[in-house]
Ligand binder design. Structure first.
Ligand SMILES: Nc1nc2c([nH]c(=O)n2[C@@H]2O[C@H](COP(=O)(O)OP(=O)(O)OP(=O)(O)O)[C@@H](O)[C@H]2O)c(=O)[nH]1
Length: 136
């Protein structure tokens, strides 16, 4: 692996509803990996904790509010993309205020964990699905 190959810290969240379904969000077509389904979240900015970043991203992307105590770490993705290495902790959140809206995505979908494989996801996400199936 080349030097100066940055590791990008991105936080993501599996929102889980009362029926044990998970929220996934479709990336806009004009973005890298457009059309794929991902877990809401985004890059951790400087001087932000992962949890603070995730709470911010959930508000910006979905217009929902949650708090640190409602974010349970589940697992992480570690995957080499062409231009960066992605390190992505995945949290589970079962308690939030508001109804998720697709403010930055093309669509949102509540999916049973066993059906997540029906939705094309970024390659980094594929190993995460098994963890959600085990948990839920
Ligand atoms: N939020 C999120 N990002 C993911 C997932 N899987 C995955 O590979 N990523 C990658 O993590 C990177 C950071 O995501 P991001 O949401 O902050 O950035 P972006 O590409 O949408 O564009 P932006 O820079 O305009 O915000 C992207 O390259 C994205 O494709 C995932 O499940 N959720």
């Amino acid at each position: 692996m080349a030097e100066n190959y940055p590791t990008l810290l991105v936080v993501a969240c599996a929102l889980v509803d009362a029926d044990r379904r998970v929220l996934i969000a479709q990336r806009p077509e004009n973005k890298n990996m457009g059309g794929l389904w991902e877990f809401p979240g985004g890059k951790v900015e400087q001087a932000e904790s992962p949890e603070t970043a995730l709470i911010r991203e959930l508000k910006e992307e979905l217009d929902i509010e949650t708090r640190e105590a409602c974010l349970a770490p589940l697992t992480f993705a570690s995957f080499s993309y062409e231009k960066f290495h992605l390190l992505m902790p995945l949290y589970v959140c079962r308690k939030w205020q508001g109804t998720p809206q697709a403010l930055e995505h093309t669509a949102l979908k509540w999916v049973r964990p066993q059906r997540l494989r029906d939705y094309p996801m970024p390659p980094a996400d594929e190993p995460l699905v098994a963890h959600l199936c085990d948990l839920l």
